[in-house]
Every structure is written in C-alpha cells, then in structure tokens.
Ligand binder design. Sequence first.
Ligand code: NAD
Ligand code: DAU
Length: 350
Amino acid sequence: MKTILITGGAGFIGSHVVREFVVKYPEYKILNLDALTYAGNLENLKDIESAKNYEFIKADITDQKHIQHIFETYQPDGVIHLAAESHVDRSITNPLEFVMTNVIGTVNLLNSAKSIWEGNYEGKRFHHVSTDEVYGTLGEEGFFLESTAYDPHSPYSASKASSDHFVRAYADTYGLPVVITNCSNNYGPNHFPEKLIPLCIHNILNNHPLPIYGDGKYTRDWLFVIDHAKAIDLVFHEGLNLEAYNVGGFNEWKNIDLVKELCRQMDQKLGREQGTSEQLITFVKDRPGHDLRYAIDATKINQELGWKPSVTFEEGLSITIDWFLSNKAWLENVTSGDYQHYYEKQYTAE
Ligand code: NAD
Ligand code: DAU
C-alpha cells in the first residue's frame, strides 16, 4: 500500500485533491496534513472523513521537529504539497507569514522527504503545487510558458517563486525526485470568500457592494478546481522528474466582465430582475503592485499527458453558484468571526 502525504488538504484546492485521491485510489493511504489556519476547514471533507484509506494529521509545516516526526512515523512514498498562505492581499499586509509557511515550510518538507528517502528514491515523488503568479505579469498579448523567466511582484508570488526554486535546488543538489505544477486562478465549491468569485457570490446574496479593484480591466485565466485536482493526479503519476507543467483553463476574463457574468447568472438563479446585482458593482482602490494579466499556455500538459479542462467556464460557474446556494451555512460559518475583521480592514481602511 502506498502512503501519500497531502499538505493543505483542508483548504480549497487541497480538499478536492484529497477527495480525488481517497475515492480513486482505495489502495493508497491518504494522509491529510494541515494546520487548520483560517483557510483550512475539515467541513470541506465531511463526505470522505470516515473512509478507511484516509487520515487527518493536524500539524504546522513551519514546525520542523513535528514534520520530521510525522515523516519518520508514516514513511510516505509521495508528497503533494499544497499547504500555503494563498491570498495576495494578505501577503501585502503580512509578508513574513508568507515567508514562514511558503518558504520555510516548504524547505522543512523537502528536508524531511530527503532524510527518509535518501539512498532510495525509487517510487518516490515530491509534487510541489505552485502558481502562474511566479511568472509575473503579461501585457495585452502572449502566454506564460514553462520556460518563461520568473518575475514575481507580490510578497505572495515572491514566496511561491522562492519555494519553487528550493524544490528545484533539492532536485539538482540531492537528486530528490520532484515535479512542479504552475496553475492559473481556480474557482469552485469550498472557495474561501476572500477571493474574487466567492466574495462576490457572498456579497450578491447579501446585497453588499461588489468591490472591483482599480478599473476592473485586470485579467485572469480561470480554471474549475476539480480540473486542477485531476491535473495534479495526472502529473503526480505520469509527469517527468524535474519537469514543470503549466495548468490553465484557456479562459481569460477581465475582472469586470467576470463579475458582470456572475451577476447575470446569480440574478437568474435568485429570480431577481436582470441588472439588479450589477448595480452593486463598486470600484475601489487598487491592489498595490497589481499584475495586469495572467494567461497560461497549457499545451505541454495537454500534449504530453492528455489533460484538458472538462467543463466550460459557464458550466463551472453555474455548478459553483449552485454549490454556494445550497451551502449557505458553510458560507456563513467561514464569514463570521475573524473574517469580519479582515473584511473591514481590507475594504474600509484608506
Ligand atoms: P487555501 O488558502 O484555500 O488553503 C491553504 C491550506 O493550507 C489551508 O487548509 C491551511 O490551513 C493550510 N496551511 C496554511 N498554512 C499552513 C501551515 N503552516 N502548515 C500546514 N498547513 C497550512 O489555498 P488554495 O487556494 O487551496 O491553494 C492551495 C495551493 O495551491 C497553494 O500552494 C497555492 O499557492 C496554490 N495555488 C492556488 C491557486 C488558486 O487559485 N487558489 C492557483 C494556483 C496555485
Ligand atoms: O493565479 C493564481 C493565483 O490566483 C493563486 O496563486 C492565488 O493563490 C489565488 O489567490 C489567485 O490570486 P489572485 O490575486 O489572482 O486572486 P483574487 O481572487 O484575490 O483576485 C482575482 C482578481 O480580482 C485580481 O485581479 C484582483 C481582483 N479583485 C480581487 C478581490 C479580492 C478585485 O477586483 N476585488 C476584490 O475584492
């Protein structure tokens, strides 16, 4: 029986990866290691929590001794590393937290993997889940390729770029069998409502303003989260050592157009007159260092591994809205308490 350690499995993307692996590979033991920060929520995994091949371990990846103990105890054959501080705006107010988790935490995991695998890397794999933000920003044209030079601008993307460099350094220096995926913006069920799409869904439901940074012309490439989870499964099993694979939806939207489409679908589903939710759109002060455009060229993973998105954006968005409409308790839970303070500071402070 293979043992796969997934970090950050209680978060948005991690929970979909954990579910994909628990359901698809009953012959694997799936360990979900997560510190349960504000972004981690075991509610995301209620449906599989009692599966025989699943175990949750509460641990902080910055705690080197605890991480080493876990590796020695469970002897994982593979690691899929998603645990991270993931929100750009939070990285602007607290960069050090991002260095601690995203850089130091990653190095702790690399050290522990190296210590238990050294001398026998056969059948072992460290899969690092990264982002397209490491490539910086594009102008109106062009795409990020795997060969695009790193040029991060936010403390978040700088910390992710740094962690990617450490992952490659451990392969080059110690021969650690690593693979990296760099994915575009995800959306879907369980998305934490500090991020654009779930934040707007929450605010439309509550008739609150929809805050659009700057002129709203910033562009992102959106991918349905389950398609990302399937890409990770494919790369973890079939990707080549030391390779990076870009993952994206070939699905670019300017923020303002995306929010208008969201308003259109929400008005339809809520039985509101078309145009009602759009009136909530409010332009607010811009994000400092805001990257203009991200666009992934996902040709490599498509041609070499046969991956492509399984749903169109309209379908994925509709599934996502339906999920939030049927899980209002989840949304209310995660937006109470600390989230209120975060929201006030982020959107009302000058
Ligand atoms: P998330 O913020 O929803 O979840 C992060 C998870 O990591 C949470 O469960 C949290 O509790 C856990 N965590 C945070 N700090 C930890 C620590 N010190 N020790 C252990 N666990 C800790 O993030 P997400 O959006 O699901 O992103 C997951 C990964 O995918 C991240 O590495 C992110 O950089 C990457 N990524 C995200 C996107 C996106 O659009 N969300 C796109 C590409 C790549
Ligand atoms: O590209 C991949 C990245 O996508 C991931 O690595 C990050 O973890 C993830 O958070 C996401 O980063 P973004 O900064 O692109 O996502 P966010 O949802 O925060 O913002 C999307 C766009 O919407 C961005 O241009 C900023 C803008 N925005 C965001 C918020 C929260 C607004 O206009 N208003 C808002 O209130």
